[in-house]
Ligand binder design. Structure first.
Ligand code: R5P
Length: 324
């Protein structure tokens, strides 16, 4: 982690504190390792009436505090934990509080596309601020514009270079083409393809329900090519499966998938197991329990990137360089 010691800055250890909720403690510990800090203690317990109770177990007065929590299953529980931690830190007189949310699941609820519904991505942004967050550090939001839901500063990082560089180092790129599963994901997959200097194709996809998607045609030349589908997240795995069918009909050769957030909920693991993908490359923004760790899922760590961003936020250096 030489980069962490960039010119003119260093972590002022006594001033910087990292806490973690229960959603992805492994990632928080890894971030601490990169920053050469101990994870700060807090306890989360439950009253007999099911109410959560949080206690910050060390002094945070006038400290620059970061709380790592992903919105993974159980999502509501993890959001509530984070809100209470933020409130407890504020009451304990922390100088600045940054919510580090590697996976912000509610970014998917980003528009009012049916009557009488909530734009929950915006609601959660408001709740974070109300609870005490001064800033947010997050990664690969479902749509870039969700950034605008926040009225506090947001640093929006991406794991695209991390995943692309893995493909560059370990895969044969000579016959590889990147595929976006729908027009909405074309920009993201395009950035991935650009980093690898490979072409891009787009699938005409339509979602018919929360768990089912129907596919149309492939826009681009995929016949006889090895294909890497690039996504922000693998949730139920439905999109990957229908995309696989479409691409098989278009006579592709090998199939790979890359995605930032391995949400892997519902039937995802069975679907990935039954699919014909050679491999899946994801990051550790969402913690993956052992039963989800299929042999052909490669998990890359985003801890160095988050640690670098935390160090720069703490020392007042530009984080912009990390966005590229
Ligand atoms: C959709 O717009 C997203 O980019 C992903 O394609 C989607 O979240 C994946 O969900 P699932 O795995 O449930 O199809």
């Amino acid at each position: 982690m030489g980069e962490l010691k960039s010119k003119g800055s260093s972590v002022v250890k006594d001033q910087l504190k990292i806490f973690s909720g229960n959603s992805n403690r492994a990632l928080a510990l890894e971030i601490c390792e990169h920053l050469q800090l101990e994870l700060s203690p807090l306890s989360i317990s439950r009253f007999s009436n099911d109410n959560l109770f949080v206690k910050i177990e060390e002094n945070v007065r006038e400290r620059d505090v970061f709380v790592v929590q992903s919105f993974s299953e159980p999502v509501s529980e993890h959001i509530m934990e984070l809100l209470i931690i933020l409130d407890a830190l504020r009451s304990a007189s922390a100088r600045r509080i940054t919510a580090v949310i590697p996976y912000y699941s509610y970014a998917r609820s980003d528009k009012k596309d049916a009557p009488r519904i909530s734009i929950t991505g915006r609601l959660i942004a408001d709740l974070l601020r109300t609870a005490g967050a001064d800033r947010v550090l997050t990664m690969d939001l479902h749509a870039d514009q969700v950034h605008g839901f926040f009225s506090i500063p947001v640093d929006h990082l991406t794991a695209i270079p991390t995943i692309a560089d893995h493909f560059k180092a370990h895969y044969d790129l000579s016959n590889l083409i990147a595929v976006a599963t729908d027009a909405g994901g074309a920009k993201r997959a395009g950035r991935f393809a650009e980093r690898l200097n490979i072409p891009l194709a787009i699938i005409d996809k339509r979602r018919v329900s929360d768990t089912q998607v129907e596919q149309g045609r492939v826009i681009g030349e995929v016949k006889g090519r090895d294909v890497v589908i690039f996504e922000d997240e693998i949730s139920t795995g439905g999109t990957l499966l229908t995309t696989e069918n479409t691409l098989r009909q278009a006579d592709v050769r090998k199939l790979y998938a890359g995605a930032v957030h391995p949400v892997l909920c519902g039937p995802a693991i069975e679907r990935l197991q039954s699919s014909g993908f050679e491999s899946f490359v994801v990051s550790n923004t969402v913690d993956m329990p052992p039963q989800k760790r299929l042999p052909n899922i490669q998990v890359l760590t985003v801890a160095p990137l988050l640690a670098m961003a935390i160090q720069r936020i703490n020392s007042g250096e530009s984080v912009g360089q990390l966005f590229r």
